[in-house]
Design a protein around this ligand. Structure first.
Ligand SMILES: C=CC1=C(C)c2cc3[nH]c(cc4nc(cc5[nH]c(cc1n2)c(C)c5CCC(=O)O)C(CCC(=O)O)=C4C)c(C)c3C=C
Ligand SMILES: [Fe+2]
Ligand SMILES: [Fe+2]
Length: 344
């Protein structure tokens, strides 16, 4: 059977203009796995409130980070796709969960090349219902409706795979060489606490109070909080970071519900107020730099730090099209292509 790979990332608006941002946010936030409330409440919240207020502010933020070639997230994902394609013989397509580069188009591109078996690769190291799960569910629906003869195998979260931790650690080490930072903050995209409870397959493990994530449980296969904390712990171990010189926080909250804590903006502020003058920040929930890393962290985060007396603020880029990262993806694809269990 002819095989192919479909890389899937989040997506971006077609342009940083408010009308395109509104269209994109409308699709994104109406996803029941992103804003997980009943349809009537989601309609009220998204169409009645958020889409009347947020697109203008979001568009202004997108304008600050937009490149000549387009959205950084899309351009960087394309660079990754092109580099990977040079290293593997199977066709590699790229799709986005939201926006114009749909999963249906990506699957069609592979089918047109004669592909019968697809490796669906959500570009997220940690599992979340708002990311990995929504991609897998939508891809299955599209497969059943439009491509009934296509086999699809999904890549699970790879947050704790030793070769991933090594590639991430090497990248952090390389970018922070000679920076003499006092604290390294691992900032992950946040999710509402409710998402963590919903994804708990044991229905009783997750407590959100910090007592559960360090206790072994089947629930961790789908626990975003545990998986983020593990990435921090494993990288800390690999880089031999001193206890207290690194920590985890969660960024980009939206709305009034409690999200995972501590929040990144407040953590940056606290570190500055505690007298830290030189800090570094890494964002391992994103494999490609995007609005959330280039604007919220590199611009807003730095401003907060300076306001409270901080001096040096270094952001580590996402893995993007890093050579070691591409080599690792190519190794995983080759394993899958020879029918060995992927990520084993
Ligand atoms: C309820 C809202 C949201 C949840 C839950 C959520 C989870 C989540 N998102 C990412 C990755 C990205 N999010 C990005 C932008 C973004 N996210 C939300 C809301 C939720 N995300 C909004 C409203 C936006 C748009 C920007 C804004 O208006 O502030 C991006 C950047 C996209 C880009 O074009 O650059 C990424 C990437 C993860 C990994 C995640 C859960 C783990
Ligand atoms: Fe998001
Ligand atoms: Fe937990």
């Amino acid at each position: 059977m002819k095989k192919g790979i479909l890389l899937v990332n989040l997506g971006s608006p077609d342009s940083p203009e408010p009308k395109d941002v509104k269209k994109y946010l409308g699709e994104f936030l109406m996803d029941e796995r992103v804003i997980d409330v009943p349809l009537w409440a989601r309609n009220l919240l998204v169409k009645g409130i958020i889409l009347n207020t947020r697109p203008k502010a979001s568009a202004a933020a997108y304008k600050k980070i937009w490149w000549e070639e387009g959205s950084p997230l899309i351009v960087l994902s394309e660079r990754l796709q092109n580099k990977l394609q040079k290293q593997v013989e199977q066709p590699v397509a790229l799709a986005m969960r939201y926006g114009s580069m749909t999963i249906k188009k990506g699957l069609q591109e592979l089918v047109d090349k004669g592909v019968e078996e697809v490796l669906l690769f959500p570009l997220y190291p940690q599992f979340a219902m708002a990311t990995t799960e929504t991609i897998i569910v939508l891809a299955e629906e599209i497969q059943q409706e439009y491509f009934p003869n296509l086999n699809i195998e999904s890549v699970p979260a790879f947050y704790n795979k030793p070769d991933y931790i090594e590639v991430l650690s090497n990248s952090i080490k390389r970018h922070l060489q000679g920076k003499n930072y006092e604290h390294l903050l691992f900032s992950y995209h946040g999710v509402p606490e409710r998402h963590i409870r919903k994804s708990d397959i044991t229905k009783s493990h997750c407590k959100i109070d910090g007592s559960c994530c360090a206790t072994a449980s089947k629930a961790h296969e789908f626990c975003y909080r545990h998986q983020c904390k593990e990435v921090t712990r494993l990288v800390g171990e690999k880089l031999k970071l001193e206890e207290g010189s690194f920590s985890t926080s969660f960024q980009s909250r939206l709305g009034f519900d409690p999200w995972l804590q501590p929040y990144t903006d407040r953590t940056i502020e606290r570190l500055g107020k505690q007298g830290i003058k030189n800090m570094a920040i890494v964002t391992p929930a994103f494999v490609s730099d995007c609005l959330e890393t280039l604007e919220e962290i590199a611009m807003e985060g730095e401003e907060i730090f300076h306001e409270v007396g901080g001096k040096y603020f270094t952001t580590v880029p996402c893995l993007n099209d890093d050579d070691e990262w591409v080599a690792l993806l190519s190794k995983w694809v080759k394993k899958w292509a020879t029918s060995e269990s992927i990520l084993a």
